[in-house]
Ligand binder design. Sequence first.
Ligand code: SF4
Length: 509
Amino acid sequence: MPTLRLSSTGTYYLLSALHGEGVLVVLSGFTKCPGLFYATPAQDGILSRIRIPGGILNSKQCRAIADIAQEYGGGYVDVTNRANLQIREIHQRINAEVLQRLQELGLGSSNATVDQIRNIMTSPTAGIDPQELVDTRPFVQAWDNYITANSQLSALSAKFSVCFDGGGMISVSDRINDIVFAAVLVDENLYFRLYVSVGAKGQPAKDTGILLSLENCLPALAALADVYLAHIDTNSKHKLRLREVVNSLGCENYLQQVQQRLTFALSASPQKKGFIERKTTNYCHIGVHPQRQPSLFYLGVVLPLGRLETMQILGLAELAEKYGSGTLRLTPWQNVLLTDIPQKWVADVQREISALGLDCSVSNINSALVACSGKKGCAASATDTKVDALTLAEYLKTRVSLDSPVNLHFSGCAKSCAQHSKSDITLLGVNVEQDNGMVEGYRVYLGVDDNEQKFGREYELVTVAKLPALIERMLLVYKTQRLNLEETFREFVNRYEITQLKQLCDRSL
Ligand code: SF4
């Protein structure tokens, strides 16, 4: 019987799985990017990532995932920053019938060879956002179908990432992706504006100025992928990223080659004139919000560090069935939305969410708290990021009451897997020299949105023990010294030099 097997070294594995129409597929070797059929060894056991295009799950799928996490994993799932789900701490064989059942439920691609390609990102409020210009769910589905049907795309880098932004309040267009289609209105006409990854690593995709009609979006995407494939070694295990290919070809040349594959002209409109720009705020999906559908609401539920215990997944799935449309939506901010809740049931749903040990409050420090796997899950980590983050949240719970989310990001090393975009406060794990030897600590970085400083401006090096009191002081100074209630933490710290901020914090002691 085909099974998932971990080798005796614990670092190499072989997976045999029944594929699609019953053909036996054997996938072997090491991949850095986990998938349902490409489980990856981690410090705490095998890691399996379930790709959820668009992040939308139905209640049956939730139950199947909860069963696997309970039976094979650590009894929990983690929502990732691409709105995938990860099951960790797998120490036993997952048999092929289980994998096949997941495929049948629509979890994992029906074509296992493309399953490890990065999840397709879109706003978690697609189709329900009162401000959106276009519902992007059909585009996500169409691109997923295209990948599945065209096996040559299995040669794409596993990190080849695509995002569709519908132009609503809950924007994902600033997330790190190789290709972004962002809906815009130009003189009352609706287009997708094309952004492509180019330049330095870790930067959001750059505006090409190209406007695509909605029907031309997917042919253009297929051509963008095709040109990329034409310039990489498709047999290599270390495939170039799209950014590297575009940098080497030059963006103009890359787009000319894309144009040669298309039957319509790629028309550029570099001027912003005529565009409707919207100010969007990360984390404003937390809490209770009206949908575009009259009398229906969605609830943004805070998941501490993106984690859901199996009984919480089951509980949320039940709530979705009982009060909503039977679906949960995962967000790239590692939270979850319960949608389509009639107004009269909102208070009941909130109560039942509390009974599950979760809540929908923006004042919850956990709403914008992010941590990478840390020491327990990753050998590269200098600190136990998750434990330190939860300790900080517990400390702040009774000491600081926030009225809008402040994004705190714990990273065990400079790779910054858990959050590629800038955070309000970044905490980078390091070892700190003390009189009594080395202890764990963090470099604290603050605010700033520019391309020079990956994490923002360095504020201080602090030991783990002293971190909670330092963050408490910063948040209290922000609350008492900000210009008005609308000023965000980032805007506040960006108004000051680091020395001035230190003075303000010292004075608050
Ligand atoms: S950021 Fe560094 S320590 Fe954290 S999971 Fe990634 S590689 Fe590991």
